[in-house]
Write a protein that binds this ligand. Structure first.
Ligand code: UD1
Ligand code: MG
Length: 434
């Protein structure tokens, strides 16, 4: 780590300085631009408050803009040493000279084009997904239609991965090695898997949403844990083969943490702005970019466990087995000022079919759902809580204030994430020979 700060290129120092500037710029611009966003129609009603005020929405667009600007400004700093080395002494200018140099056995610095292409492909992917988020905030695109777009945004990343790294095999756990061998090559399937991660990460953050601050805090936890994971590699006393990719990852995560913290200052309870889908997609894609280009997409999966749970738990509503209202956020009880689980109502005319009814009863019995049956007619469903982690948490822990719920979910996520990283780094040696 010390090297990264003290080396003559000092890219991490520059990244930290740019992150500081990005924090201030985002903080100030969100404040200043609020009224302009409302005039442009980017606004939403905070549904969990007594006074149902309209506040600016889509402030993630400010984060994305400042972030991308910072990353573009960072390019010459990140490659400063390479540019100087490659252009001094006629290195890149004169092919004849280069050949002579090589013939005379002199060292020639080759510019790391592959590193630059990783970098630029990451920026292209993030740009694409930020535009998608913006379009969604403008037009409220149906989720069926927007679901796959992040996979297209990931194409540049996958191409660079193919050319640059191209590893498509996974290490088999020690106990299975006698049967499967040391490595299993997934081939093209590995790209399908990475595209699936690219689809999942942004969408899963967007559906673990609906209370002040939660979209941002979950992203900050993931980014911070990924950054800690990077730091672990950089702190090893010997140069690790993965040092470069973790430095790369850190340079994308630090500015992201900066713009997210600035957004959180405005979005935390009681929120003065909403983040919009732009932020959720953008955040999810930042994780995809660093984990694919840093070659640690499986570590990302560990950090997305709460989102994976929320998605799997949501499937009955996402796939239409249970009606899915436009909003599933917890219900605000104006009398107590607390949040309660929001529900799907089952009318006499609309009752679940036999299989779904059985499933709902089982979930109710094991405490994974609140089910209310008609006291007069025991076979008739009156209401079931909506299938989100936030509602389930309220079913378990009882009504609570919005900020308390956000804090508890964030703390639980941080615990699960730290546990995941612990498993990754300590127990992995037992399952895989490191
Ligand atoms: C996703 C969820 C939806 C949830 C919504 C809340 C799925 C399939 N979709 O939809 O159930 O209700 O996010 O973000 O799970 N809002 C608040 N308080 C907040 C945050 C948002 O009241 O702290 C409301 C505001 O009215 C805001 C709106 O939610 O305008 C934003 O919803 P949007 O992000 O457009 O919803 P989706 O992402 O489509
Ligand atoms: Mg959303």
């Amino acid at each position: 780590l010390a090297n990264a700060f003290q080396g003559d290129d000092k890219p991490l120092m520059v990244s930290l300085a740019l992150s500081g500037l990005a924090f201030s710029a985002t903080y100030a611009m969100i404040r200043w631009l609020g009224p302009a966003f409302i005039r442009a129609g980017f606004k939403g009603v905070d549904m969990s408050k007594h006074a149902r005020r309209e506040i600016p929405e889509c402030m993630g667009a400010v984060c994305a803009a400042v972030y991308l600007f910072a990353m573009i400004v960072f390019v010459p700093f990140a490659f400063y040493k390479d540019v100087v080395a490659a252009t001094s002494g006629g290195g890149n200018r004169d092919v004849v000279l280069q050949v002579e140099h090589v013939q005379q056995g002199r060292f020639l610095h080759r510019f790391p084009h592959s590193k630059l292409s990783s970098y630029l492909s990451a920026i292209v992917s993030l740009h694409t997904v930020a535009s998608l988020g913006l379009a969604d905030d403008l037009f409220d695109i149906r989720w069926r239609h927007k679901f796959f777009i992040p996979a297209f945004a990931a194409i540049p990343l996958l191409v660079v991965y193919r050319v640059d790294f191209g590893v498509t095999s996974i290490v088999v756990p020690l106990h299975l090695q006698p049967h499967l061998g040391q490595l299993v090559d997934l081939g093209a399937l590995y790209y399908v898997y990475m595209a699936a991660v690219a689809i999942f990460s942004p969408n899963s953050i967007n559906i673990l949403a609906g209370i002040n601050g939660i979209e941002v805090t979950q992203s900050i936890v993931i980014a911070a844990l990924l950054a800690c994971n990077d730091a672990l590699y950089l702190l090893t006393p010997y140069p690790h083969p993965a040092t470069d990719s973790h430095l790369f990852s850190l340079s994308f995560l630090l500015p992201f943490l900066a713009v997210s913290l600035a957004l959180l200052a405005h979005n935390w309870y009681p929120a003065r702005v909403f983040v919009g889908d732009t932020y959720c997609y953008f955040a999810g894609m930042v994780f995809v970019v660093v984990s694919i280009l840093g070659h640690f997409s499986k570590t990302l999966i560990l950090l997305l466990l709460p989102q994976i749970f929320n998605f799997l738990y949501s499937t009955p509503q996402l796939f239409g087995l249970v009606p899915c209202p436009r909003h599933r956020l917890p219900r605000f009880n104006a009398r107590s000022g607390l949040l309660e689980p929001s529900v799907t109502e089952w009318t006499e005319a609309r009752q679940p079919n036999r299989v779904v009814a059985w499933g709902l009863r089982v979930l109710g019995r094991v405490g994974l759902l609140r089910v209310v049956m008609d006291p007069k007619d025991g076979g008739r469903f009156v209401e079931t809580s909506n299938f989100t982690l936030l509602n389930l948490w309220l079913v378990w822990r009882g009504p609570m204030r919005e900020d308390r719920l956000a804090l508890e979910i964030t703390a639980a996520q941080a615990l699960v994430g730290v546990g995941g990283l612990f498993v990754r780094h300590s127990l992995a040696g037992w399952v895989f020979r490191e």
